[in-house]
Design a binder for this molecule. Structure first.
Ligand code: ATP
Length: 305
């Protein structure tokens, strides 16, 4: 499939939104490993994921007084992919932080296979949800340790299989000490595309029921991008996936695309449906496809409100 590069120069304000978007994935990942400050119900049971259906029922939330997410209502069938797009500050990351229960909703509820995320143990919730993102970090340790991070009882064979599925095995073998090569701070420097594939291997090994995908960095060559896309396709197949996307070409095949604006769902549908809607999505797509030069002022104004 044809992939499009952001026409950066034409973007002005909008590009800023997407750069800032990168920073927020770090927040998601950082928070995922933090012990939650939220109280757990003493009688909480472990989450039991079956199909992996996720339902947001009229969810509203604010970090403080201001409402950041308003009446967000959608459901994802197990195995499907839901993409979240929209300007910076629209609330994409916040919507997913609520799924991970980094914060509790103010109104409404979020259920996974009929279980309210408030009622299950945080450990089981976080164990069921994997994260792959551009800011996924490697810690100082061996490649193997970086892949097995979060999965304690993996055999070398399983690690290798995960790396193969992530299109990472070949480059790992070529590192000075293979899987025992020290990476991360003070270790061997890996490229962005290589780091990404190590974290994909980590997710393959973790085999979570639900996956959060924060779009791949765009500063990789076409071949690497193709490898990453292929491994991601494998990873997301038959797994409930939430994808935060900046380049729309990566999510055009999603089962449902939600366009968030100001914390509310402004548009929803498949790629084709949204194109015929002729709203924000259609115009963003037009810019990214090079069909129109710039986003009409009305959308920029709305994004800044
Ligand atoms: P981006 O694409 O930049 O990541 P986003 O659509 O993911 O944007 P969020 O990161 O969910 O948007 O942010 C939504 C709003 O909530 C923004 O106005 C942001 O400033 C605010 N916000 C995010 N995190 C916090 C926080 N921890 N405390 C207070 N406000 C926050």
């Amino acid at each position: 499939t044809q992939r499009f590069i952001w026409p950066m120069a034409q973007f002005g304000q909008i590009i800023n939104m997407y750069q800032r978007a990168r920073a927020s994935s770090a927040r998601i990942f950082g928070l995922m490993d933090e012990p939650s400050r939220l109280a757990e119900d003493p009688g909480a049971e472990d989450l039991a994921v079956g199909e992996g259906d996720v339902v947001y029922d009229d969810v509203s939330f604010g970090y403080g007084e201001e409402t950041i997410v308003e009446d967000v209502d959608f459901s994802v069938e197990g195995g499907e992919t839901l993409a979240l797009v929209g300007p910076t500050g629209a609330g994409k990351s916040t919507v997913l932080k609520l799924l991970l229960r980094m914060y509790d909703v103010d109104e409404g509820s979020i259920e996974i296979d009929g279980q309210n995320v408030r009622d299950v143990t945080l450990k089981s919730l976080r164990r069921s949800i994997g994260y792959v993102g551009q800011s996924s970090y490697l810690f100082y340790g061996t490649v193997r340790e970086n892949i097995t991070y979060g999965t304690f009882d993996a055999t070398d064979e399983e690690v290798r299989e995960a790396a193969e599925a992530a299109e990472a095995h070949d480059f790992i073998e070529n590192l000075p000490d293979g899987y025992d090569t020290m990476v991360g701070e003070r270790g061997v420097k890996l490229s962005g595309g290589q780091r990404q594939r190590v974290t994909i291997a980590r997710a393959v090994l973790k085999d979570p029921d639900i996956l959060i995908l924060d779009e791949a960095t765009s500063d990789v060559d076409t071949e690497t991008e193709m490898l990453i896309q292929r491994s991601l396709d494998r990873l997301t197949a038959d797994r409930t996936t939430f994808a935060i996307a900046h380049r729309l070409s990566t999510i055009k095949d999603a089962d449902t695309i939600l366009v968030l604006e100001g914390g509310e769902i402004a548009e929803r549908g498949t790629h084709d449906e949204l194109l015929s809607n002729d709203g924000l999505y259609a115009h963003l797509w037009g810019v990214q496809a090079g069909e129109i030069d710039e986003l009409p002022q009305e959308f920029i104004d709305r994004a800044q409100e």
